[in-house]
Design a protein around this ligand. Structure first.
Ligand code: ATP
Ligand code: MG
Length: 369
């Protein structure tokens, strides 16, 4: 069920420009993690380093007992098969239709027959809601559909680790919500380790199990969602709450005069907003990597901001959680009793009312994002 990535003391520079240094973190197996950071802080460079496309200057990337930067070419090639990657620009082949783009890794890396390839490609296109678009060229589909085609391609080799770089850039908020739901549902199904780079604060606040933040050539923090959402660390607090007040300026770092002006005006970063409940699977199953709401805060003696974990209907999910888990089959277990992906109890059941969930089964081909 997914593979852990352990990064130790990773440093990368291009010529004399250090992109980031001494980055250490563990991306837990089977969990969803988000990496944030201002534009140009090296998030894409980080993903490319994880998959072995860029070589770090120093440090280790452990996948099991294999240290990626030190693997001989043949072993690196084998290890790369554990990864599915959705690059920032989608990286589809412009002259190939959607079907052939998605089939490409299977034809390149496996000896599967064309009928086996067809079955896998169609399954994956169905998963991302692109059935019916097989014959279209990348130039003939929307930006969101390109992202989904790239995602289907990243999934065909059954990756243990899925890296996605800004899957939501260029998408409208509704389509971003559907895409987020796709990720949560997908991970509950395939149990892969997922690392998403995004600029979307709502995604960062509600989707992942863990959040990391790159700033000023450092990894400022990486840890459970609740740890970062309740953090008073100025950079984390400013970024996760999309505030102007704080150390981050227009060109990454505020200068002294800007900070002094802010202090003179008496600007203060304000109270932390509540920690929202996490986005659930649309069939109401609990993901294997999912943590109980409030568990991190309770274990670390942190009182979350008032109103945390309370949904639109006023239910406190710290209290609801044990009942919810008891009523739900875990991911990979038997499917819920009710038909059509509806949670037990139907649309009025706890899964159907879980905050942030679009109605189940809504990201089919017709959704068009
Ligand atoms: N192959 C390369 N050669 C030289 N410099 C590079 C290369 N790739 C990236 N860079 C530089 O590394 C820095 C980080 O780039 P990167 O694309 O990782 O930023 P990012 O955090 O992904 O930004 P964004 O949020 O805009 O996508 C930039 O200054 C960029 O110019
Ligand atoms: Mg980038």
């Amino acid at each position: 069920m997914g593979v852990e990535i352990r990064v130790e003391g990773l440093t990368k520079s291009f010529g004399r420009q250090t992109i980031w240094q001494d980055v250490s973190l563990t991306v837990p197996a089977g969990e969803i993690s988000v990496l944030l950071g201002p534009s140009g802080t090296g998030k894409s460079v980080f993903l490319k380093s994880l998959v072995g496309l860029l070589k770090p200057d120093r440090g280790h990337i452990w996948i099991g007992d294999r240290d990626l930067p030190r693997l001989p070419e043949a072993q690196l090639y084998e290890t790369r098969k554990l990864f599915g990657v959705l690059f920032q620009d989608g990286a589809l082949f412009g002259s190939m239709n959607v079907y052939d783009n998605v089939a490409f890794p299977l034809r390149e890396h496996t000896k599967k027959s064309e009928s086996e390839v067809r079955q896998i490609v169609m399954n994956n296109l169905d998963l991302v809601g692109l059935l019916g678009a097989e014959k279209k060229l990348p130039g003939e589909i929307s930006g969101g559909m390109k992202k989904r085609a790239g995602l289907a391609r990243a999934l065909v080799l059954d990756p243990e680790i899925l890296l996605v770089d800004e899957p939501d850039s260029g998408l409208d908020p509704v389509r971003t919500s559907y895409l987020n739901q796709t990720f949560v549902d997908l991970i509950s199904e395939i149990n892969a380790t997922l690392l998403i780079v995004t600029h979307d604060i709502n995604t960062a606040r509600t989707v992942p199990d863990n959040i990391g933040l790159l700033f000023r050539r450092e990894l400022v923090m990486f840890g459970p969602r609740e740890m970062l959402l309740s953090s008073e660390e100025p950079v984390v607090r400013q970024f996760l709450n999309a505030r102007k007040v704080g150390p981050i300026g227009m060109s990454e770092e505020k200068d002294v005069s800007e900070l002094e002006a802010e202090a003179k005006l008496g600007d203060d970063p304000g109270k932390l907003p509540p920690i929202p409940p996490q986005l659930m699977t649309s069939n109401g199953r609990v993901r294997r990597g999912q943590h109980a709401p409030g568990a991190w805060c309770a274990a670390h003696g942190v009182t979350p901001p008032p109103g945390s974990f309370i949904d639109d209907l006023g239910r406190n999910w710290v209290e609801e959680w044990p009942r919810y888990v008891a009523s739900m089959a875990p991911a990979g277990g038997p499917p819920p009793a009710a038909p059509g992906g509806m949670p037990p109890g139907g649309p009025g059941g706890p899964g159907g009312q879980f905050p942030g969930n679009p109605p189940p089964g809504q990201y089919g081909a017709g959704a068009g994002y």
